[in-house]
Design a binder for this molecule. Sequence first.
Ligand code: ZN
Ligand code: ZN
Length: 248
Amino acid sequence: MADFYDVLGVERNASSDEIKRAYRKLARELHPDVNPDPVAQNRFKEVTEAYEVLSDPNKRSNFDRGGQGFNFGAGGAGGGFGFGDIMDAFFGGGGSRGPRPRVRRGQDALIRIEIDLMEATFGSDREITVETALVCTKCTGSGSSGSTQPSKCPICQGRGEVQQVTRSVLGQVMSSRPCANCQGFGSVITDPCRECAGDGRVRSRRTLNVQIPAGVETGNRIQMSGQGEVGPGGGPAGDLKLALKAEL
Ligand SMILES: [Zn+2]
Ligand SMILES: [Zn+2]
């Protein structure tokens, strides 16, 4: 294991201020948004890992005692960002027949966050405001007004699709298409909620606290599970992804 004091170029009894200063100085020459050289980028990862440990009193004393167990994985603080789950929920079970569900998972949202070099180096706590979709509080996601329930679609009899007969030179061809009367849901909201017009969710602004870890760079993403848009019918929220961009 690397000696983190050597990596930062400080004495073993360095104060936390000295450690911070050393890391800041190295970040100014090695941070990937300043220095595109791959060697510098690797050095920056080591330097960040060393800073992560030595700036935390518990981790530092553990390291001083020769403790093991610093498993930062690839890239130290820069690792571990989710680079996007495949949304198999949308693609799974292809070709299934029958009415489509009213309750579905919400979309993922991607927003850009600009940070300066010091935030990229030391990390920071940010408050961000996002425009998103939240569950409609009036109908709690059902889309119906009061206690009314959707009723079975009289056109497709609840199947969500209708048969279509076309004549061709080969004779009659039967095919099916989504029912236009119920948009394929198989049911019709007879008395839609006034607040959300039957969607089960409303557009709204929301403020979130974001922790940007130390040692990030342009292109890193922070994934916040379940902080994206609520789905139709009050379905589970998608993820919120923050794309970081360092402004130098
Ligand atoms: Zn229908
Ligand atoms: Zn509503």
